[in-house]
Write a protein that binds this ligand. Structure first.
Ligand code: NAD
Length: 358
């Protein structure tokens, strides 16, 4: 039996398709927000969405976010995302095979990668039915774990921010409060310590905290108290929505710069930070090292090129801060403006783009 995707017309999006394959139990949506700058790249998210509408809301928001992140990063990717409506405990190879067939129907206009509840073995299953999938760890030519590149980009954003708040990028004796010592947070902590910074850290994993105390000389802080540490920069590297109406009044930092996705719970929280005199570095500009790493894989992977490209996040942040001062706008508004300018500058992606996909 042949399964045909249903096109959902969504204003502002190039293509949104809903696809069901009842023989394997696949229900999924691919949203392409823009291919103005290149093929739409974004991860596959597996979640047990309560309704198709809830899945659609999420995929639309995420696809647009990917357009902005790639545009600000200055790479040749557009923005897209996909969701599979499924309880992650019920994942089966057949579902990913069928999903790969769906991806393949777009002839490379959408390139899939990993997101929430999707592992490299799942991507290997997708790869059996489409070549438009990147970021599979362990596969020859793969970009592997993006965390070192994300950490490098975040560190470069920290340098640019320190210049704003302290007039120099010298980290010696500067104070940083890091939330989350996982793949990216740990690397950032190490870089900061090497530069002579003082660290306060928290993590829900007690062994990460012990390690930071013994190996990095960091001061471990229990849970929520991290918000109240008097420091130069608060560095969120764990989860999203941590900048909200209850945490912002507690902050005693001059700036927030971290790799965590979607740090602001609402747009109003960007304004709240500003009212408290706290400089907020837009997360999607700071943490674009992850998508940069995937883009370099698309071109032919070389980690040194990925790190070099992530270094340019410093220049992007300088531009954002410079324009924010000049135009009297929040840095997050300027980052959005830069993305929109770039997206508007180039239109149309060659229809035969599959020829360009490796
Ligand atoms: P990770 O899972 O390796 O690390 C997250 C760490 O945060 C873990 O040590 C976890 O124990 C800790 N944690 C979770 N909840 C916490 C809480 N409430 N308080 C304190 N600590 C908590 O993830 P990662 O790859 O290091 O990514 C960190 C963040 O950066 C995530 O938001 C991720 O989406 C984002 N990000 C990562 C990359 C990348 O390349 N890995 C790229 C872009 C964005």
């Amino acid at each position: 039996m042949t399964y045909i995707p249903e096109e959902l017309k969504v204003p502002g999006y190039e293509k949104v398709l809903y696809f069901e394959n009842s023989s394997v139990g696949l229900r999924s949506i691919i949203a392409i927000h823009s291919t103005a700058l290149g093929p739409a790249c974004g991860g596959i998210r597996v979640l047990p969405y309560p309704t198709k509408e809830a899945a659609l809301d999420d995929v639309l928001r995420l696809a647009k976010g990917m357009s902005y992140k790639s545009a600000v990063a200055g790479i040749g990717f557009g923005g897209g995302k996909s969701v599979i409506i499924l309880d992650p405990t019920k994942k089966r190879p057949e579902i990913f095979h069928a999903f790969g067939e769906f991806v393949n129907m777009l002839n490379g206009r959408y390139i899939s990668a990993k997101d929430m509840n999707v592992s490299s073995p799942d991507l290997l299953e997708v790869k059996k039915t489409t070549r438009h999938v990147l970021g599979i760890e362990g596969v020859p030519g793969s970009s592997g774990d993006p965390s070192p590149v994300t950490a490098r980009g975040t560190f470069r954003a920290l340098q640019a921010t320190l210049e704003e708040i302290a007039g120099s990028r010298c980290f010696t004796a500067k104070k940083f409060a890091i939330q989350g010592l996982g793949h990216v947070g740990w690397d950032i902590a190490e870089m900061l310590v090497r530069e002579g910074a003082k660290l306060w850290v928290t993590d829900i994993n007690p062994s990460a905290l012990r390690r930071a105390e013994t190996q990095l000389g960091a001061k471990a802080v229990p849970g929520d108290q991290i918000y109240e540490i008097e420091c130069d920069v608060f560095v969120p590297c764990a989860v999203g929505a941590i900048l909200n109406s209850s945490t912002i009044p507690r902050l005693r930092c001059k700036a927030v710069v971290g790799c965590a996705n979607n740090q602001l719970a609402t747009d109003a929280d960007g304004m709240r930070l500003n009212q408290r005199g706290i400089l907020y570095a837009p997360d999607f500009a700071v943490n674009s090292g992850g998508i940069i790493n995937i883009f370099i894989e698309y071109e032919g992977y070389d980690q040194s090129k990925a790190l070099q490209k992530a270094d340019a996040i410093y220049d992007t942040m300088k531009e954002i801060y410079g324009r924010a001062k000049k135009e009297q706008l929040l840095p997050v508004a300027i980052a959005n403006q830069i993305a929109e300018e770039r997206l508007a500058g180039r239109k149309g992606y060659p229809k035969t783009c599959s020829a360009m996909i490796k």
